[in-house]
Design a protein around this ligand. Structure first.
Ligand SMILES: [Zn+2]
Ligand SMILES: [Zn+2]
Length: 201
């Protein structure tokens, strides 16, 4: 389902049968309720056919497949202080980065006023920014649980360990209400009230 060579996920497209979709083409991610092992996320994505479709992606595919990591060996996850699975091949490279203190994804938590490491499963909403090059990214902070909106490059989202040195941050407190957040997210993206913040973790 995740194609490491294309750095894209494979979903069904009603028009083309199959769509290869990079993470930055996702529009929303939502954890499915119920006892799924592993957790399953329902996503909406912007398809190459011009449409928007739903898809399902497991937690493993979302967070670990882009790193080439699978079941097997473990390492100490600095974010959760728990042992997490670690694979081979590409996984070795990912492990080297992580041991060197680099994290595959990061964002700037506005309520905490600091950068934080993150996984794609903490992303909630994405949308192309007005400049057509960057994407607006709404993240629920895995540490404080609050929501922040960052303006980042597509590579920052799509390519693990590629982190923008500086990201745009909306100085706005988002209420923890799913429906309201979507409206606020769109409103903030179309305004240009982004402040630059450095992302060095
Ligand atoms: Zn399509
Ligand atoms: Zn936070």
């Amino acid at each position: 389902m995740y194609d490491t060579l294309r750095t894209s996920y494979t979903f069904a497209c009603p028009l083309h049968g199959e769509a290869h979709v990079r993470l930055s083409r996702f529009l929303s991610l939502e954890e499915l309720p119920g006892p799924h092992h592993p957790t399953v996320y329902r996503v909406e994505f912007s398809c190459g056919c011009g449409g928007e479709h739903p898809g399902l992606v497991s937690h493993d595919e979302l967070d670990w497949a882009p790193l080439g990591l699978q079941e097997g060996t473990t390492f100490l996850n600095l974010m959760t202080s728990r042992r997490e699975p670690l694979g081979d091949e590409l996984g070795d490279l990912a492990a080297m980065h992580i041991k060197a203190g680099e994290w595959p994804w990061s964002f700037f938590c506005w309520p905490e006023e600091r950068p934080r490491p993150v996984f794609p499963s903490s992303f909630r909403l994405l949308a192309p920014a007005a400049d057509g090059e960057r994407v607006g990214l709404l993240v629920r902070c895995p540490v404080c649980g609050k929501v922040s909106v960052n303006l980042v490059s597509r590579a920052h989202v799509d390519v693990p360990f590629v982190n923008d040195r500086e990201v745009g941050v909306v100085g706005h407190y988002f209420e923890d209400d799913a429906a309201a957040v979507i409206d606020e997210f769109r409103a903030e993206l179309s305004s240009s009230s982004f402040d630059a913040r450095r992302l060095g973790l």
